[in-house]
Design a protein around this ligand. Structure first.
Ligand SMILES: [Zn+2]
Length: 469
């Protein structure tokens, strides 16, 4: 009873610290939370470290031990009772503020305040489902990030790419068929006015666009270096940016100590991006032995939306609403036949990527399904690693200067790492559904955000946001 009271008291203090920005640094510094009797999935190893104790001090993990850890008299003690303590989940490629039913819907039917308020709801949903960090792959998000960091909204730590940059007619070109392309900002497109997309051709325009993104708070640059499926003007086979154009983006990112992430499908495009300094290949569906070798040589990563291999892919509204996109999706799926086999064989550095551009309910379902199909095709451990330590490494590529969270590592349970932690019932290495994965996609039951009963505690930055123990 006494301990329960103590837990409640400290929980109240923790909760109060969200609303009282004036809590002194000294008061916060002494906050200790001890997780006793937990099995640790550390984000890196294919095993659980049994019967362990983890001490969180302030916003970082202070120590990990199988022996008792001494704590202050006012420390909060949580008995994990053999549950699994693991890193908070990290989205490696999402679009938090892109939340219409299709690219055309976002371009034509949504005002900025509707997109923004839907973005808030989406950030809240992902956070309640255990996503404590988020790499945004383009379409604004620097403003939402600042608002979350200021403590005004709950949500993940965001690493925004700002507006994605692509050439005329590319995957980043949201204009209508007859819209003139007047400037680097594509002044007549809603997407470009909102800072969601840049249509940029040639070295100078690409450099300006990349610099503008950094000026507005981007932590990395996203280029649309090949065609895609859900966009209007481009075949997915398109090798969209030339070597010198890719180099221009990489040169600006280098100058900021950061990196370029490139949307890239075809082999030619993937190789060209890697050869010219791109650090993360997005989608990368033509991945094979030669690409694996070059990725290793360059220390590059790949993130892939595994739901692209689903038999249900055609039911995504952005695809089902467009016969042209449906045809593109079918030809792409046919061409990417060896991807899964190659990833399992060559084991690239691979980040989790759900790539949802829809609303709250559709993204919740898509992300739960993405975890499930990834585990089914690539294994539970590979998927869990992609959701935690590998995506943590990818976030750190934004460099010492631009990384907004430089105090510790993300995506691992390790001494000195950020205390972004989940406590879950069961063992996710054996059963991926305990972190919310769902083998059903469009047929899945609609659930309330955060209604994952096996996810008992969500902690971010040393603060507890959910506790159902
Ligand atoms: Zn994307």
């Amino acid at each position: 009873m006494k301990q329960l009271f103590k837990v409640c008291t400290i929980a109240a203090v923790v909760a109060a610290s969200f609303t009282t920005a004036s809590v002194s640094a000294a008061e916060e510094a002494v906050t200790q939370i001890l997780f006793k009797n937990v099995n640790i999935f550390n984000g890196i190893d294919n095993k659980l470290y049994k019967n362990s104790h983890v001490l969180v001090e302030g916003n970082l993990i202070k120590s990990i031990s199988t022996k008792d850890i001494k704590v202050n008299s006012d420390a909060m003690v949580i008995d994990g009772a053999g549950r699994t303590l693991m890193p908070g989940l990290i989205e490696g490629h999402g679009h938090i503020n892109m939340n219409g039913s299709s690219l055309a819907d976002i371009e034509n039917n949504r005002s900025w305040e509707e997109l923004a308020s839907r973005g808030v709801a989406k950030a809240d949903m992902y956070f309640k489902n255990g996503f404590t960090s988020w790499r945004d792959a383009g379409g604004m998000a620097t403003g939402l990030k600042k608002t979350i960091d200021a403590g005004l909204l709950n949500g993940p730590r965001i690493y925004p790419a700002g507006a994605f940059i692509g050439p005329t007619g590319s995957h980043a070109d949201f204009r209508n068929y007859t819209t003139p392309n007047e400037t680097v900002y594509g002044a007549n497109s809603a997407g470009s006015r909102l800072g969601m997309t840049f249509t940029a051709d040639g070295v100078d325009m690409i450099k300006t666009a990349a610099r503008q993104n950094f000026m507005q708070g981007a932590t990395q640059i996203k280029i649309m270096s090949s065609g895609g499926v859900a966009s209007a003007f481009d075949p997915w086979q398109l090798d969209a940016y030339s070597a010198t154009e890719i180099q221009a983006a990489v040169e600006v990112a280098d100058a900021y100590g950061s990196y370029v992430m490139a949307h890239s499908y075809s082999k030619k495009s993937i190789m060209r991006n890697l050869e010219n300094g791109v650090k993360t290949i997005e989608h990368g569906f033509m991945f094979d032995a030669e690409i694996a070798e070059l990725m290793e040589e360059k220390g590059a990563y790949m993130t892939t939306n595994m739901h692209a291999f689903s038999p249900y892919l055609g039911q995504i509204e952005a695809i089902s609403s467009s016969p042209a996109a449906a045809r593109k999706a079918a030809s792409a799926q046919a061409a990417f036949g060896d991807f899964v086999e190659n990833v399992n064989k060559y084991q690239p550095k691979f980040g989790f990527h759900s790539d949802c551009v829809g609303g709250v309910d559709s993204c919740q379902k898509q992300t739960a399904y993405e975890m499930s199909i990834s585990a089914e095709l690539l294994g539970n451990f590979f998927t869990l690693k992609s959701l935690t330590s590998v995506n943590g490494e990818i976030l750190a590529l934004s460099g010492d200067v631009l990384n907004p969270y430089p105090e510790g590592k993300l995506g691992v349970v390790a001494k000195g790492a950020y205390a972004d932690l989940l406590l879950v019932d069961g063992n996710p290495l054996e059963d991926i559904t305990v972190i919310g994965a769902d083998p059903q996609w469009f047929d899945a039951k609609t659930r309330e955000a955060g209604d994952i009963k096996t996810m008992r505690i969500i902690m971010k930055d040393g603060k507890i946001y959910k506790n159902t123990l």
